[in-house]
Design a protein around this ligand. Structure first.
Ligand SMILES: Cc1ncc(COP(=O)(O)O)c(C=O)c1O
Length: 346
């Protein structure tokens, strides 16, 4: 894999969501019951044993967060403490040694600062995406937790999720589930995503942007999209997002619930969203670090496409929520206490 082009040669207005081998990443190693100090490294390859539990048994978890260039040239992180905490929870679910949360945030800042040239300029809508990853390594063959682990954080600049700005897309439902009722749906672990590749591919081939998964026990309620949580806004101005133990606790979702209530004047509700009762919503969307706030045009279920506001126009409250959230992330709108952390640059 070739190293990324120098930042000065990149077209930050036309980035996709693609891997890029940037100059620096953070790497720490766990053995003998403790994490080493970790350090920045230029080596983007991982050298691991063929017996690594991550490779055989999916003992691997990860995170996703972004760094945002502001108008004054500084760099914002959006709620990295929530990513550190969620990764801690994912580690506990897979019997992995959590990486200390304060050191997680510190390492994120180091990676952003070391690759600062690659944080896209303000105004492009592009961001630096960070991927913290932990894997079980070392020689193992039985189904047991590893005794050694690697923790890395790498980064790459990514474009706005939808080229040409915000626009609605259609989603479809699937026969397949992404998570089991008492499984790992609430953890950000690799295994959840392996199983979502087939339904995701089927949805894309049929022209949909993603799958909306239904609850695995009854297939009557919306759970979430393949890489984002769902929201709907009712005709009487409730901002509703599914409450379920098998969906990923999205940081964007918790932020949107707060903004809906405190900045948009909506009533924020977490509860059941029945797939055969979509008429109550005047707007709907998907929300996540990559998806940001993405309007959903319609959802296909049992050969019928239920259109919410429009398949082509962005609904007004969805646009307001998008503007509020991205305004906070890029430093143009005042953030609630503690949501933004600055990356120290020298
Ligand atoms: C399955 C799934 N749901 C929801 C989300 C959104 O979570 P967040 O807002 O924390 O990025 C993601 C992406 O991280 C995801 O992979």
């Amino acid at each position: 894999m070739a190293k990324a082009k120098p930042a000065s040669e990149l077209d930050f207005n036309n980035l996709g969501f693609d891997y890029m081998d940037l100059p620096y990443r953070f790497l720490a190693h766990y053995s003998d019951g403790k994490w080493d100090a970790g350090k920045l490294t230029e080596d983007s390859t991982l050298h691991i044993s063929e017996g690594s539990t991550s490779v055989h048994y999916g003992q691997a978890d990860f995170e996703g967060l972004k760094a945002y260039r502001t108008k004054d040239g500084s760099i914002n992180l959006f709620r990295p403490d929530m990513n550190a905490k969620r990764m801690h929870n994912s580690c506990e679910r897979l019997l992995m040694p959590p990486y200390p949360e304060d050191k997680f945030i510190e390492a994120v800042k180091q990676v952003v600062a070391a690759n600062a040239d690659y944080v896209p300029p303000y105004g492009t809508g592009a961001t630096l995406y960070l991927r913290p990853l932990m894997i079980g390594v070392g020689g193992n063959i039985g189904v047991h937790p590893a005794s050694e682990y690697l923790f890395t954080i790498f980064a790459m600049p990514v474009g706005a999720y939808y080229k040409g700005g915000l626009k609605p897309t259609n989603f479809t439902t699937s026969y397949y589930d992404r998570a089991a009722p008492h499984g790992t749906g609430q953890s950000k672990v690799g295994g959840n995503y392996g199983g979502s590749l087939l339904p995701g591919d089927q949805a894309h081939k049929a022209g949909y942007s993603d799958v909306i998964y239904l609850d695995p026990a009854t297939h009557t309620k919306i759970e979430e999209a393949g890489s984002a949580n769902f929201f709907g806004i009712t005709k009487d101005n409730e901002f509703v997002t599914p409450k379920s133990p098998s969906i990923l606790p999205s940081i964007t979702k918790f932020s949107a619930l707060y903004l809906a209530e405190h900045r948009l004047g909506l009533k924020a509700v977490q509860g059941d969203v029945f797939i055969n009762d979509l008429d109550r919503f005047k707007e709907a969307g998907a929300m996540g670090t990559a998806a940001v706030i993405s309007p959903i045009g319609g959802i296909e279920y049992q050969d019928h496409l239920h259109v919410f506001y429009s398949e082509t126009e962005v609904a007004p409250l969805t646009r307001k929520l998008y503007d509020e959230l991205t305004g906070i992330q890029f430093g143009d709108v005042e953030a609630p206490e503690g949501w933004i952390q600055k990356v120290p640059l020298d």
